[in-house]
Design a protein around this ligand. Structure first.
Ligand SMILES: Cc1cc2nc3c(=O)[nH]c(=O)nc-3n(C[C@H](O)[C@H](O)[C@H](O)COP(=O)(O)OP(=O)(O)OC[C@H]3O[C@@H](n4cnc5c(N)ncnc54)[C@H](O)[C@@H]3O)c2cc1C
Length: 557
């Protein structure tokens, strides 16, 4: 067991595209590197105070640089834990909510802040207790996977077989576990060539394992997926993205952050690093900023060919920087900012604008107690369970702090067209629709009578600071991702483009997972350090030092 009884991960988010151990780099007692003393105090503008921007700022402050973070919405970005009115424990996790233990760079910061986590109550897990799967009007109750009809086992076996047939899954995951970079590349790179043009649905429909089964099996897979549910929303996505989820254990062993995940970015904002160059002991990002982030950015340009970057905020304040990191969703660089075009190549703008974001909506209510643990006297079953369904709610999740404590129901967590159905609706109507669906599944349970406080909802796509929930790459997008991800290594770039870095969920190979946001932030930190004339220690090479040898395969244009 590791800190806070979290099991040690068997598989970690190592590669498969960039086979570099980010966790080793940041954990090393040698430190991640240094910048020359005459660079101390040089300013770096950071657009966005999500986890990516905050990790960048924290690490750059440690190096003795002066990060300045701009935020147009809320600190924490898509790690947003909203408290229910009047409660100190009941929270709605509006963005990221379940964090796989393979996310070792992310957990480095979680552990540093001493944040406790516990198993997430996913379907068919011990933490959930019981699960209901309601498909095509049939309601199934299960406490373990063995309680489900054999069709579910057939679906799961078929997917495992398809992974083996198309992606040498066992061998590839073994190489990832062993962090055998050469082997990972040997196995993964041909898969990139073969599957970049093909969708998740194609993978299922063309696999011999699923061809032998009925259409119903595909439908069930679409609902239940490989555990957490709702995977048919991803059917049009590039299969490469789904393979990364499976290979890196992102859908497995997920944990819930006690007290809310927003504590991670907020904790880093307020924490003083033990070791820090240049700044006096006790310095924090919060103090460095005089308490708060700067307002949203409306303009970014550069003086001369390689002069300073100039950022204008929404109230017209103009500040100059030696480097800039942009961590917001990439569409915002064209929709919400006047971003000087020459700072990126046209190929890069193409990639940033073609990037496709998925929609997602969640609606939560607080209830008086975890009544779902009551047992039906006739059947002996829990009266309500974590629920996966083809009805509008798609996924319903249950959160409890104790038998007599207020508890939280995520009535509905949906994606893509299911999220769009909710998008124009006011919150009460969303709750009504969700309760209607659940009433059909649980005719004898009166959920409404347990509701206390006011509901909380989100549609990430209708928030002007996001325009979508997270990236979901389409077939043919590998080259776009390759351009964006590799942009932090700038030696061969025209001089006017150097010094601007990209980071965050949309740049990563594993969008919708916080680990990707953290890893890309670390790439940008290395980029800035290098730009300022600094370097990582030879014995602890940074991501940019390893990129030539271990970087993702280039498919060429
Ligand atoms: C619904 C949902 C569910 C998710 N589930 C999970 C999960 O279960 N597990 C997991 O690991 N990950 C999950 N994720 C992904 C995870 O939340 C993200 O990867 C991560 O939070 C992204 O961080 P970021 O810093 O890259 O981006 P963001 O959090 O988007 O940060 C960028 C910031 O930039 C700000 N900004 C925008 N425009 C400007 C401007 N002009 N000026 C200044 N600031 C600006 C935004 O307000 C935002 O705060 C989920 C995300 C969503 C939305």
């Amino acid at each position: 067991m590791t800190k806070h009884d979290r099991p040690a991960p068997d598989v970690t988010a190592f590669g498969p595209d960039f086979t570099y151990a980010f966790d080793d780099w940041i954990k090393s007692s040698e430190g991640i590197g240094s910048v020359p003393k005459d660079s101390f105090g040089r300013k770096v503008g950071i657009i966005g105070a999500g986890i990516s921007g905050i990790v960048c700022a924290y690490e750059l402050m440690k190096l003795g640089l002066h990060p300045v973070v701009y935020e147009s919405g809320q600190l924490g970005g898509r790690l947003r834990s909203q408290k229910f009115e009047g409660s100190s424990t009941a929270i709605a996790e509006l963005g990221g909510m379940r964090f796989p233990i393979s996310s070792t760079a992310f957990y480095h910061y979680v552990d540093m802040l001493g944040i406790e986590s516990r198993p997430f109550p996913n379907p068919l897990t011990e933490a959930a207790g019981s699960t209901v799967i309601d498909l095509a009007g049939k309601t199934l109750y299960a406490e373990t996977v063995d309680d489900l009809p054999t069709l579910f086992r057939e679906v799961s076996d078929a997917y495992n077989k398809a992974l083996e047939d198309h992606a040498q899954f066992g061998a590839l995951q073994k190489a990832i576990k062993a962090r055998d970079a050469a082997k990972v590349k040997e196995l993964w790179d041909p898969i990139v060539r073969d599957w970049d043009d093909r969708s998740f649905y194609d993978f299922i429909a063309s696999s011999e394992a699923f061809k032998k089964l009925s259409f119903r099996h595909r439908e069930v897979f679409g609902q239940v997926g490989f555990g957490t549910g709702g995977w048919d929303s991803d059917f049009p996505n590039s299969m490469l993205e789904i393979l990364r989820v499976n290979l890196l254990g992102l859908d497995d062993d997920q944990r819930f952050m006690v007290g809310g995940v927003e504590q991670v970015p907020r904790g880093l904002w307020a924490r003083s690093p033990e070791k820090m160059e240049h700044w006096p002991a006790g310095m924090t990002l919060q103090k460095l900023h005089g308490g708060s982030t700067l307002p949203g950015v409306v303009k970014v340009h550069r003086e001369g060919e390689d002069g300073q970057f100039v950022i204008t905020d929404r109230w017209g304040r103009i500040e100059k920087y030696d480097a800039v990191i942009s961590t917001c969703q990439s569409w915002l660089m064209t929709t919400s900012m006047d971003f000087e075009e020459r700072l990126l190549s046209q190929e890069m703008w193409m990639a940033l604008d073609r990037t496709r974001y998925m929609q997602s909506s969640k609606t939560f209510v607080m209830v008086d107690r975890p009544f779902w643990r009551d047992r039906d006297p006739q059947t002996g079953r829990e009266v309500m369970s974590v629920t996966l369904t083809d009805r509008m709610t798609r996924g319903t999740y249950l959160f409890e702090e104790g038998p007599d404590e207020p508890a939280v129901i995520c009535l509905t967590y949906s994606w893509m067209s299911d999220a769009l159905k909710m998008e124009p609706l006011p919150i009460d109507q969303r709750v009504e629709l969700a309760l209607d669906s659940l009433r059909k599944i649980y005719p004898d349970v009166d959920i409404a009578k347990h509701i206390v406080g006011n509901p909380i909802t989100v549609s990430w796509e209708s928030d002007e600071n996001f325009l979508g929930a997270f990236k979901g790459a389409l077939p043919g997008h590998y080259r776009y991702n390759h351009r964006m991800y590799g942009h932090f290594v700038q030696n061969d770039m025209p001089v006017e483009q150097r010094g601007l870095f990209l980071a965050g969920d949309g740049i990563s190979w594993t969008p919708a997972w916080v680990e990707g946001a953290v890893q890309t932030a670390l790439n940008a930190v290395w980029g800035v350090m290098n730009h300022m004339g600094g370097a990582a220690p030879a014995s602890n090479p940074g991501p940019g030092d390893a990129y030539g040898e271990h970087g993702p395969i280039d498919l060429g244009d």
